[in-house]
Design a protein around this ligand. Sequence first.
Ligand code: BG6
Length: 479
Amino acid sequence: MSVFSKDFLWGGAVAANQCEGAWKEGGKGPSCADMCTGGSHTNSKRITGTIEEGTFYPSHEAIDFYHRYKEDIALFAEMGFKTFRFSIAWTRIFPTGMEGEPNEAGLAFYDDVISECLKCHIEPLVTISHYEMPFALTEKCNGWASRECIDLFVKYAKVLFNRYKGKVKYWLTFNEINAGTLPFGGYLSLGILNEGTTEFKNQVDDPMLRFQGLHHQFVASALAVQAGHQIDPECKIGCMIAYMTIYPYTCNPDDILLAQKQSNLQNNFCGDVQVRGEYPYFAKRYFEENNIRIHMEDGDLEILKKGCVDYYTFSYYMTNCTGTNPDQARTFGNLTGGLKNPYLEASDWGWQIDPKGLRYALNEIYGRYQIPLMIVENGLGAYDKIEEDGTIQDDYRIDYLRGHIAQMGEAIKDGVDLIGYTPWGCIDLVSASTGEMAKRYGFIYVDKYDDGTGDLSRKKKKSFVWYKKIIESDGDCLE
Ligand code: BG6
């Protein structure tokens, strides 16, 4: 008998800005993502601020999910998805974020996506904000650096809760909210564009502004949780954290302490606020030592306390090491890099593959919070090749997923309450960090390339059939 229960939520995940395209259709306004050019592993994508004639912007067409969602959802249904995680583009609902009334065409589009899911017996799992805040808010007030965004976000979230009440049971407020603890997250997650920033990977960073922005997001998220529960008491609202397991490189106590400190800041800081409703004990010293002074208004801390999430979700791709020896070789990872681990292999983008690190993470998180967990992103970004016979033999992806699912099973046996799994980019889409199409995660191949060419047709990879069997057997069939 499988350790995964019959109602375990198997599925897949995408985000609007990385798959929808149609960036100007249906009244949509430009988002922060729409201002980013293509890039690569070695060449950072640029943030242009205005649209440059003749430059390629991958989000503008992306994989055209906007026009092809029926075909795509049918493929997800064929794999047996129980849930589909997607995000709503804020700029389809409020094109600048500041309008008084929502844009009906945007809402109608998501009506259709949601009914298509429900028709296929797929539970929609909706992220309210996934790296796609209205660019107009970046221009007006430097994004989340401004408190103004709180009310605008809550207004937007309320529109969604009212419109999709009874249809959407699972919500997430901000994707990878802890991206804001790292310089990379300044523009990506907070819409902060400081003077002098042109390259996505090399942003002019102002930590105080980032943590101020994060505070605004915490308050906005907590208010949205309260509003959501009031509008639809049946719905569940979660947080979403980019979980970055950090190992000490050696057993030197200095390395151990460093790993603990980094993990507290990167992994626990945001989770503690959103699950426990208060800033963690270690925040004070971190702020003092880094000259970070946050402005809070009366009542903010109470709002946080009243807006705790119902479940905890996270992305998990890789692990890194940390240590005090500056000569150790470094490697990359999701949102941030770290030291190379001699026991692990890495993807072509230098992200170290570590299924056991997922079991470790699940135990760490569950031990800390004791609320239901969901892994809402996991997967291998890889170069896929179409063989002469037209097939895509992505055994490397199957190996990666198999290893991680096996460790999820172990964590369930350990006693962790894991309720769902939605691998990232269940259909190939634009990479968030590099803007590439070449970094593919999908079970479904999309004919779209980094120069913008491709007929956008869809093709099943070998992993498509494999994942279908996994779902059919409730995770029991891991061969
Ligand atoms: C997460 C994001 O950071 O990782 C996704 O939530 C992103 O938006 C995913 O696509 C994978 O990262 P990348 O850079 O390979 O696309």
